[in-house]
Design a protein around this ligand. Structure first.
Ligand code: EPU
Length: 421
């Protein structure tokens, strides 16, 4: 397995281009299953999860062509089977996103249950129960969800919890259903809105985008032709590089991003002492060489502070001035990075879903590893300021969600290299 070695101490400075959003690209690629016509998706990030999604669609018989600019053209009319096998689902939970579109367009889906996960139990009960309410016959057998229906029927669905992929699956299911579906307590993450805009571009009738009530008027087919849709920029990649610059007391300008999707994150960076300026598609952060101040935050669904930025802010707090309290409310077990950071000398007290971080002047490089994507990124960030070398193992997690992370950090002046296995 590849490893990353980071030598701490460099103050980051420079400019970077932000890639397309992983968590928008995955549902949008799944949504191409709904159209009878070829569809082209642009601004696709170069990530392992994208390769897995292409494999997932490919093994169903779907034709995919990718060009050198990472535009993917999908022809779903060549589909021969309606299945997401365990071998792929176990490496990428987001494979569950094919359930809604397969069932809605072809009346049949066989999707492996995702099972446990490093950040919590992550059930998919809301996806399943809501599809049953829309008329699907669903059996869970031998680790697989087997779903059948003649045609899904629109209805009112009040979701028990705010779920991102749950909302996305139901949106995709509802666009070809008979009648109107109203999704209440829907997730309003920018990636959900991006999917909704893409579905409308293909011919769906969705209103209420960006709110927690989505109304979907079912149509017989998505028949718009010559669709070329660009994925929104990745707000979590953006936030990760902003924290990397802040922790090293540096200055960074990030281009091709969307500051309006990062309000809660930018607010906390300002509280940490960052000077932030932004335009329509860029953000500049400058610490003016100052040590960050510790911040207190609580994760929650959008537009509140994102759980996907929690680990990175924990990394900043451990070297910041003062005490910062971090509360995780979205996933029950998303503190896998804490023990690794403690091995680097961090002063963190973990009490159930709260991490109390007391900033130290100094942390020390150590061999570390993590079992999820954002935790791994936070260890790389901690390595940027640790004394000596930090060796981050199991970086396949990082490659799932960060486009060329070592090249991008090197471009900003970090001392980081990949050791191939
Ligand atoms: N939940 C249920 N039942 C369900 C669905 C969700 O109880 O049927 C619970 C979950 O266990 C969790 C909460 O609801 O406690 C929220 O989970 P959600 O369904 O929103 O998470 P997700 O859709 O599986 C997406 C992102 C995650 C991100 C979360 C929260 C994708 C592909 N994944 O996951 O991204 O953390 O939303 O914003 O969009 C990452 O990129 O590193 C990542 C983990």
């Amino acid at each position: 397995m590849d490893k990353l070695i980071i030598t701490g101490g460099a103050q980051l400075s420079g400019e970077l281009r932000i890639s397309g959003a992983k968590n928008a690209a995955l549902p949008i690629l799944a949504a191409t299953l709904l159209s009878e016509n070829p569809v082209t998706i642009g601004n696709i990030p170069h990530l392992h999860d994208i390769t897995t999604t292409m494999q997932l669609l490919g093994q169903m018989g779907i034709q995919l062509t990718i060009d050198e600019k990472m535009n993917i053209e999908v022809h779903s009319s060549t589909i021969t089977k309606y299945e997401a096998p365990y071998e792929l689902v176990k490496t990428m939970r987001a494979s569950i996103l094919v359930l809604g579109p397969l069932l809605s367009r072809f009346g049949e889906a066989h999707v492996s249950l995702p099972g446990g996960c490093a950040i919590g139990s992550r059930p998919v009960d809301i996806h399943i129960d809501s599809l049953i309410k829309m008329g699907a016959d669903i059996q869970v057998e031998a680790g697989y969800i087997h779903a059948k229906v003649k045609r899904l029927k629109g209805c009112r669905l009040v979701l028990d919890k705010v779920t991102v992929t749950g909302t996305e699956n139901l949106l995709m299911a509802a666009v070809l259903a008979e009648g109107t579906t109203i999704l209440e307590n829907a997730a309003k993450e920018p990636e959900v809105s991006d999917l909704a805009h893409f579905l409308n571009a293909m011919g769906a009738k969705i209103t209420g985008i960006d709110t927690d009530i989505l109304t979907i008027e079912g149509v017989d087919k998505l028949d718009k032709k010559e669709i070329h849709y660009n994925i929104i920029p990745d707000r979590i990649e953006t936030g990760t590089y902003l924290v990397a610059a802040a922790i090293t007391r540096g200055r960074v300008k990030l281009k091709d991003t969307r500051p309006d999707t990062l309000d809660a994150v930018l607010e906390k960076l300002k509280e940490a002492g960052a000077d932030i300026t932004s335009g329509d598609d860029w953000i500049e952060l400058d610490m003016h060489g100052k040590r960050p101040k510790a911040v207190t935050l609580r994760t929650a669904p959008y537009p509140a502070f994102p759980t996907d930025m929690q680990a990175q802010f924990t990394a900043m707090n451990i070297v910041a001035e003062g005490v910062g309290i971090i509360t995780e409310t979205v996933f029950e077990n998303r503190f896998m990075h804490v023990q690794e950071m403690q091995r680097m000398g961090a002063n963190i007290q973990l009490e159930s879903n709260t991490a109390i971080c007391t900033g130290s002047e100094k942390i020390t490089g150590a061999p570390v590893m993590a079992t999820d994507l954002r935790a791994s990124a936070s260890l790389v960030i901690a390595g940027l300021v640790a004394e000596g070398e930090t060796l981050v193992d199991r970086i396949y997690h990082i490659d799932r969600g960060y486009d060329h992370i070592e090249e991008k950090l090197s471009q900003l002046g970090a001392t980081i290299r990949r050791i191939p296995r």
